[in-house]
Design a protein around this ligand. Structure first.
Ligand SMILES: *[C@@H]1O[C@H](CO)[C@@H](O)[C@H](O)[C@H]1NC(C)=O
Ligand SMILES: *[C@@H]1O[C@H](CO)[C@@H](O)[C@H](O)[C@H]1NC(C)=O
Ligand SMILES: *[C@@H]1O[C@H](CO)[C@@H](O)[C@H](O)[C@H]1NC(C)=O
Ligand SMILES: *[C@@H]1O[C@H](CO)[C@@H](O)[C@H](O)[C@H]1NC(C)=O
Length: 310
């Protein structure tokens, strides 16, 4: 009996010390970094609400180990997140590639919510090739002398794309820079030029998107990478997050007003975890109360064992 009580006494002491020590540290700030399949999801992105930057809220979803990006035009599979170059590589399964031309307006295109445009935009060297657009398409309006807005982007364009085997099935109607007999089957543009790839609005049957990873210039459409390269950038840079993480905080935002927050475990700071905050002292008072309760428990057990004459 004496041994049990002694053991109990030491366990209580140990727990008290643990409570005391955590009361004086910030505790382990919960991390916002997560993983989906083999991709790391880190600032400014997040899968949990309240984590990351507010500009990227409700954007990424991890579904059965597959990271999906959701915007107005639809859902895309995220193939890669390049944190060094601040870019994402997306795939749309209904996008045309070199081996398959997909018509029937099944592709998503690329349209971002207006408020999110400043945070997410296809890169300048990503080419969008609009396929099977009608003559009435806004693409072909307002260009005097029937000049086309179609361009090569980063050395990629329709002339070469027409050489893809996918066209053997659908056939092509190649047109030069000026058309007379009708619009071309393919018109290549940069995202900058039209700001939204909305197949319905543009009156197009399908689209393809390709990018070439600089500085290697791959020859021919077989060598292009098919997918959408998207640039992301946080306004004001990531200095807020850097400062937050340097004090062991996790970068997040207020889910009500979307302002940036540094999550410090038991409290949230509007700067970083080293800053003085009223709720921090609040929390510490509570921890000390816990410690005191533990000590009282110890004394009670001590007195009990003495009373029982052990
Ligand atoms: C992640 O997994 C996919 C297949 O699921 C693979 O194609 C890709 O190369 C992998 N990426 C990395 C960085 O390992
Ligand atoms: C801190 O902010 C996050 C995100 O808004 C929220 O989920 C969490 O409950 C907040 N924590 C505290 C202690 O207020
Ligand atoms: C695309 O354009 C159509 C017609 O203008 C419009 O109804 C639709 O909402 C647009 N889609 C997106 C994702 O903006
Ligand atoms: C695009 O590049 C191809 C091949 O380099 C060239 O033949 C074609 O004239 C260019 N098209 C435009 C619209 O500049």
């Amino acid at each position: 009996m004496a041994h049990i009580l002694t053991a109990f006494f030491f366990i209580t002491i140990f727990q008290t010390l643990t409570v005391l020590s955590t009361a004086h540290s910030y505790g382990d700030a919960h991390t916002c970094r997560s993983y989906c399949g083999n991709l790391t999801v880190d600032y400014p992105f997040a899968i949990q609400s309240g984590c990351g930057h507010a500009g990227y809220r409700d954007l990424l979803f991890c579904i059965n180990g597959v990271l999906m990006l959701h915007i107005s035009s639809g859902s895309y599979r995220v193939l890669d997140i390049d944190y060094a170059y601040e870019s994402l590589t997306l795939d749309d399964p209904h996008m045309s590639t070199c081996s398959a031309i997909v018509f029937g307006k099944r592709g998503n295109g690329f349209v971002v919510e207006h408020w999110r445009e400043q945070y997410l935009s296809p890169t300048v060297d990503n080419v969008f090739m609009l396929l099977g657009c009608t003559a009435e398409s806004p693409l072909f309006q307002g260009f005097p002398g029937k000049h086309l807005p179609c361009r090569n982007v980063s050395g990629m364009g329709c002339e070469e794309y027409y050489g893809c085997p996918g066209w053997n099935i659908v056939g092509t109607k190649k047109v030069g820079l000026v058309y007379g007999s009708g619009p071309p089957d393919c018109c290549a543009v940069s995202f900058e030029a039209i700001k939204a790839i909305n197949l319905t609005k543009l009156g197009c049957q399908g689209y393809s998107s390709a990018y070439s990873l600089a500085p290697l210039r791959v020859d021919g459409p077989h060598g292009w990478s098919y997918g959408i390269r998207v640039k992301y950038s946080v306004e004001g840079g990531d200095s807020f997050c850097k400062a937050c993480e340097a004090t062991r905080g996790a970068c997040g935002y207020d889910i009500n007003d979307f302002s940036s927050l540094c999550m410090c475990g038991s409290w949230n700071s509007t700067s970083n975890c080293d800053s003085v905050h009223s709720s921090a002292s609040h929390r510490r008072t509570w921890s000390l109360m816990d410690a005191l309760t533990g000590f009282m428990g110890c004394i009670a057990v001590w007195k009990l064992s003495a009373t029982l004459g052990l």
